[in-house]
Write a protein that binds this ligand. Structure first.
Ligand code: PA5
Length: 452
């Protein structure tokens, strides 16, 4: 079970910059109403991540599609997806390589990703695989995203020239009904999996969009969903203050942002296998909460690496940050240090490498507290599917609760949508809903560049 420790946010530790326990308690009404709002959205089936984790039909469909893939002479699954449609799978892929004895290199099908449209990267990836022995999997909830559709056209042309039946090398994971890729698949008989209508991209870590590539990599998706489900049920059975880590974490981030002007939230992970988690969490946080001119800015960091990078700024720079540490109880593998005859390193002798890393984390927490800087800590038992399931659910629900506290909709992304539409406009696609903006774009593009 995940542990949440928020001692270092209290004023008894961080002085006048901390929170009084009474202040935390007095917030109960807001938390109860946040929970009520989320329950209503869930009951009205407007948000789906709470229930998708118990969708046995989805798990069966993922496993069936994967078994079909394994039965073919296929060596690579090449996954294309943007933002929420790839970050979850990248997080699980990286975490998986942290499990003992399960390196991907022993798998029949190797899974690779393009989460961008850098042409050289895609060219190099294509050069490294046998196209005939590859299934190209396009993940897009909207089935319309410009980057993914462009990648599809490139791959389609390559397949048309290379294989007899291109449809055997294609697969789409999209919304069940709408969007270009879905229509194309229906017309051309391409294998598809569905992403539930009420689960948006950045919450789609619990959908087929993430779980299909994860299963192919060898990730135990049932154990993962079990972790998420047991965490959900455990939280739902608790009062908002009854040792409830999700609600307390959301409240702490909210209070430091809204009442203490701490505009930056740093998810600071102390495990190499959580680096991609921190990128996934940043996107979940930023795209869900950054709207209506509010929200803290998430800035991920990795310890101990970034202790030699931005920690100086966090320790003595502006008093505008709240840090959330994420670490492990058990690293799985370890080394003992033998400092031999080097007497000045006696204090290291016999220590495990994990002891050094954890003592560095504790040292940073203490130094922050002494400098009157708040932090909290989330501890996973270890890196395995169950703990990663718990962690994913904890973060998704905390962000949803934060959205309610900030009084914004954490499930849409109007700013990103506008950026996408501008790109279409620049490439010549007409959009009557943007007539005002297209005049402004024209004016801006007529201002000459200023090259030196
Ligand atoms: O979280 C989101 O909604 C976005 O990051 C989307 O995942 C991203 O824009 C890709 O969209 P789609 O899955 O529709 O291709």
């Amino acid at each position: 079970m995940l542990e949440f420790n928020f001692k270092n946010v209290l004023s008894s530790v961080t002085g006048e910059n901390g929170l009084e326990e009474s202040e935390i308690r007095s917030f109960e009404g807001e938390l109860v109403s946040a929970r009520r709002n989320l329950n209503e959205l869930r009951r009205g089936r407007e948000i789906g991540f709470y229930d998708e984790i118990s969708d046995i039909g989805m798990v069966d469909a993922v496993k069936k599609a994967a078994e079909k893939l394994f039965s073919k002479d296929i060596a690579t699954l090449y996954v294309f997806g943007m933002g929420g449609s790839s970050l979850g799978a990248l997080f699980l892929k990286e975490a998986l390589t942290g499990f003992y004895n399960r390196p991907q290199k022993n798998r029949k099908v190797n899974v690779i990703f393009s989460e961008n449209i850098d042409p050289a990267y895609i060219k190099n990836s294509l050069d490294a695989i046998d196209v005939k022995k590859t299934v190209f999997c396009f993940v897009s909830k909207s089935a319309d995203t410009i980057e993914v559709v462009s990648q599809f056209f490139i791959i389609k042309e390559i397949l048309d020239k290379t294989v007899k039946n291109p449809k055997d090398n294609l697969m789409f994971i999209t919304d069940k009904e709408s969007g270009f890729l879905r229509r194309y698949a229906a017309y051309n008989g391409i294998e598809t999996l569905d992403i539930a209508k009420n689960v948006g991209g950045r919450y789609s870590i619990v959908t087929a969009g993430t779980l299909f590539p994860a299963y192919v990599m060898g990730f135990d998706i049932e154990k993962y969903l079990h972790g998420a489900l047991s965490y959900r049920d455990n939280i739902l059975n608790k009062g908002v203050f009854e040792n409830n880590p999700v609600y307390t974490m959301a409240e702490v981030i909210y209070l430091f942002y809204a009442k203490r002007k701490r505009n930056i939230f740093v998810p600071f992970v102390y495990s190499d296998y959580l680096r991609e988690f921190s990128r996934w969490f940043r996107q979940l946080f930023a795209e869900s909460l950054g709207k209506d001119l509010i929200s803290p800015t998430p800035v991920p960091a990795v310890g101990a690496t970034d202790q030699h990078s931005q920690l100086q700024l966090y320790m003595q720079g502006p008093q505008d940050k709240l840090i959330g540490f994420f670490c492990l109880k058990d690293f799985g593998s370890d080394f003992s240090i033998n400092s031999g005859e080097f007497k000045e390193f006696d204090y290291l002798n016999g220590k495990k490498l994990s002891d050094i890393l954890m003592n560095e984390l504790k040292g940073v927490e203490l130094a922050l507290a002494i400098n009157k800087r708040p932090s909290f800590r989330v501890t996973l038992d270890k890196i395995d599917e169950f703990s990663i399931g718990e962690l994913s659910f904890m973060c998704m629900e905390a962000v949803a609760v934060l959205g309610m506290l900030l009084k914004i909709n954490p499930f849409d992304q109007p700013g990103v949508e506008k950026g996408k539409k501008f790109a279409y406009l620049l490439m010549g696609r007409n959009d009557d809903s943007l007539s005002k903006e297209s005049e402004e774009l024209k004016r801006l593009s007529e201002i000459p560049d200023l090259p030196y």
